[in-house]
Ligand binder design. Structure first.
Ligand code: SF4
Length: 451
């Protein structure tokens, strides 16, 4: 069958990132099918570009990947669904081929998105097994009842098959074929993505990631990881991001990967997500030796009560220990905090901001909570907007005192001109690494002291 794999993601802030998940599903699709990648990332008019490409290809099946529901600057969810509705309409106008939705964004709330976007099928979670099975069924006319995590309409109602019992063995998956990737990703951004594992054993209250990839960490053989890293330079990657939920869990695997990269003299700098749990001085040293240029740490809150409510599994003392280890090793740490999570009052937000001032990490990214469900629930969206507005006012008052913090939702250190400037200076990788040098510290006040 001729398959059009459509990557709908168009976010280019802070970086345009290759459609790793879709490429992985393509790599798992048997060669007897003809696979074509339609990437809308750099298209000015994505609906038209999609219709035109589908008209040329005349595919038998269209597979549309939804990477996110939230917008890239975490400022909201509404535009994203409108955008995907437009893509679905473009597909329907261009071809009668069945439309299959999938991807991380779709997997967050598959049944609701089936009703909202009305594709023919949806696949939630990992697609490398379910998608080829669905192609096989569509080709042969066989039933689809046994395909795990498949969603479809039966008599007008969404019917969802049970999820798979076992997740995929990461060592059985073919690596993504980067020769298919639009070269502009490398020419303009130079950043690539790689996975050393899937799954997260933690239970953060808000997180949908374990729904998508499971709670059992499935690690890749460090030799395979290093092989893939070695291949990145051929495509022009100047930096890679380890897109695992948490690189340093399990710690033993993270150390093995680092040792293999050290043995191969990896020349490409990289960054990763890290967690205050599972971190020690030996790992910090190994990461530096393996080329790690920094970590994005999901600290989330600066009070023990909120951390407990979010079920983060660590407290503020552990965040401070993590900071001390990374500082002693000279490994830059960028902590992300999410203000205004469910149950938080403005006072909790101020205490978190005070904590950040005391912690003084290498860099900070501040996000303001938006619930994915707001995309489909206007009342919830209105209720949440009131607290968000109060938080934005506080952030606006203090933004000049912490000029190296990034606050995407109000455009602080998160705008195309700044990023363009940094790239012209030859900076690559996550740009928080470079902002602190650009923006020296100013006079600092504890946010709560000024209320
Ligand atoms: S550590 Fe990250 S991926 Fe794992 S549950 Fe928490 S937020 Fe989700």
């Amino acid at each position: 069958m001729k398959v059009a794999f459509v990557s709908g993601n168009r976010e280019q802030l802070p970086d345009a990132v290759i459609p790793l998940g879709l490429l992985s599903v393509m790599a798992a699709t048997p060669e007897r099918h003809e696979s074509n990648l339609v990437d809308l990332c750099f298209e000015e008019e994505p609906d038209r570009a999609l219709a035109r490409r589908l008209g040329q290809l005349a595919p038998d099946v269209v597979a549309l990947g939804m990477r996110n529901i939230q917008s890239g600057d975490y400022s909201g969810v509404g535009h994203s669904l409108d955008y995907y509705r437009g893509l679905v309409a473009a597909v329907r106008g261009a071809t009668d081929a069945p439309l299959i939705l999938g991807g991380a964004g779709f997997s967050v709330m598959p049944a609701k998105l089936m009703r909202h976007l009305e594709p023919d099928y949806g696949i939630s979670g990992e697609g490398e097994r379910a998608f080829p099975a669905l192609l096989e069924a569509l080709e042969s006319g066989a039933g689809v009842e046994a395909i795990a995590s498949l969603h479809r309409f039966v008599d007008g109602e969404v019917t969802s098959n049970p999820p798979q019992r076992d997740f995929l063995d990461m060592n059985s998956l073919a690596p993504p074929d980067r020769a298919r990737v639009d070269p502009r990703y490398y020419e303009r951004y130079g950043i690539d993505s790689i996975q050393t594992k899937r799954g997260c054993p933690l239970r953060c209250d808000y997180c949908t990631y374990p729904i998508i990839e499971g709670r059992v960490g499935r690690t890749r053989d460090p030799l395979r990881v290093a092989d893939e890293v070695e291949s990145l330079a051929e495509h022009g990657a100047r930096h890679f991001f380890v897109v695992d939920s948490v690189f340093n869990l399990p710690k033993t695997h993270a150390k093995q990967v680092c040792r293999e990269l050290v043995a191969r003299r990896n020349p490409i700098p990289w960054t990763c997500y890290a967690n205050p749990l599972g971190f020690d001085p030996e790992l910090a040293e190994l990461m530096i030796a393996a080329g790690c240029a920094g970590m994005e740490v999901g600290s989330d809150a600066g009070t023990d009560e909120v951390l407990l409510r979010l079920r983060k599994g660590f407290d503020t003392a552990r965040i401070r220990e993590f900071r001390a280890i990374s500082q002693a090793a000279g490994l830059p740490d960028c902590h992300t905090f999410i203000l205004g999570t469910p149950g938080e009052k403005l006072d909790d937000v101020l205490r978190t901001l005070d904590f950040i001032v005391d912690l003084d990490p290498f860099s900070v990214i501040i996000m303001v909570w938006t619930d994915d469900a707001e995309a489909l629930d206007p009342q919830l969206a209105r209720e949440r907007a009131a607290l968000r507005d109060a938080i934005f006012t506080v952030l606006d008052e203090h933004k000049d005192e912490f000029p190296w913090w990034s606050i995407p939702a109000i455009g602080v250190n998160y705008d195309p001109k700044l990023f363009e400037l940094l790239r012209k200076r030859g900076c690559s990788g996550p740009l928080w690494q470079h902002i602190r040098q650009l923006r020296p510290p100013a006079r600092r006040r504890r946010p709560s002291a000024t209320r």
